[in-house]
Design a protein around this ligand. Structure first.
Ligand SMILES: [Zn+2]
Length: 353
């Protein structure tokens, strides 16, 4: 079968690779019907992110159609159209019983696509446990909205949950790409009062305002931390959510988050060799009372069904993130490169196969 794979760092190629087969009675083989390349694909492929074996099939965001299902799969059959969560843990991993859905048996063990198994940039892909992972897709739903639920919405909302946003919180979202925009929307739903959004790209700023940002902050207007402290009368925000930027952004978030009860929630994937630094002064010499959490998104069937129900009830409109739509499997190449090049009108690209 045809697949789009990372041959060596920085170089993707179309390869002919072996088609997956049913390995257990709970598993299923799917074909993607709509794909979105993700910023994390871009980090891994083009920016020296995590190291992969050569000829490794990338991709983890798609809607799919079931092609073949194992004998013990109860709820899905060939022909069913489904949302495919980017996180598909093995629900028999014992770490799950401790509530650890993302790293239950080791780092990133909850994420299969392009981590421990080939990704979804292929004509066919393998899902280990169909009944606990897949979500039925109704006929009349917007493809873009459904597609955004499998990773972007759940990741943005995971950041909001990790930041423990509650009524009246002031929040700063650093980075307003697709994930940051969903963090803005999630913070509003969770009852935040002021939502400061840090970003510069016009298409993202418009959506940030629409989704709930009360103030836009740009590095072009001066020091980010200074602007946030000024907006919060010197106190700092109750919570900051990092959804973009680099290692310096992490330190900035700690500076701008309030002493005593502040929460810093990181969703960013840092590339390069530079370490993350907790500034000693912003950490009050070790006694700041600030909490830092770094999260991979929550996945699995029930999680995505819950988020998808929010789309169906009109609580969120993630289809608005899709600014570029392509048709045909080969256009995946164009879509990936546009996600890398980030023209100013881009928020998120999808490819309808
Ligand atoms: Zn993703």
């Amino acid at each position: 079968m045809k697949a789009y794979a990372l041959v060596e760092p920085g170089r993707m190629e179309w390869l002919d690779v072996a088609k997956p087969i049913i390995e257990s009675d709970y598993s299923a083989i799917l074909k993607p019907i709509v794909i979105s390349p993700c910023s994390s694909d871009v980090h891994t492929i083009f920016e020296h992110g995590s190291v992969k074996p050569s000829n490794w099939v990338m991709g983890h965001e798609c809607l799919g159609e079931v092609v073949e299902a194992g004998n013990l799969v109860k709820d899905f059959k060939p022909g069913d159209k489904v949302l495919v969560p980017s996180i598909t843990p093995n629900w028999r991993d014992l770490g799950i019983q401790d509530g650890n859905f993302t790293h239950p048996s080791g780092p990133f063990s909850g994420m299969k696509f392009s981590i421990s198994r080939p990704g979804i940039f292929a004509e066919y892909f393998y899902v280990e446990d169909a009944d606990t992972s897949l979500v039925h897709m109704p006929e009349d739903v917007s493809l873009g909205a459904a597609l955004m639920c499998v990773d972007v919405v759940t990741t943005g909302f995971t950041g909001v949950e990790a930041a423990e946003i509650t009524f009246g919180d002031t929040v700063c979202v650093l980075g307003i790409g697709p994930i940051g925009l969903m963090a803005v929307a999630g913070a509003k739903l969770r009852g935040a009062s002021e939502i400061l959004a840090v970003g510069t790209r016009p298409a993202c700023i418009d959506l940030a305002k629409e989704f709930g940002a009360t103030q836009i902050i740009s590095y072009k207007d001066g020091n980010i931390v200074g602007q946030v402290l000024e907006a919060t009368r010197g106190k700092g925000v109750d919570a900051s959510i990092i959804a973009g930027g680099n290692q310096d952004t992490f330190s900035q978030a700690i500076y701008m988050t309030c002493y005593g009860t502040g929460r810093i929630s990181n969703l960013n994937y840092y590339v390069g060799d530079k370490d993350l630094v907790i500034p000693k002064t912003a950490w009050a010499n070790g006694m700041a009372g600030k909490t830092i959490r770094g999260e991979l998104c929550k996945g699995g069937r029930v999680r995505i069904e819950r988020l998808f129900s929010m789309v169906q009830c009109g609580r969120i409109s993630p289809e608005k993130l899709i600014t570029h739509t392509y048709h045909g499997f080969e256009e995946l190449e164009t879509a990936l490169h546009i996600m890398r090049d980030k023209p100013k009108e881009l928020v998120k690209a999808m490819v309808i196969i």
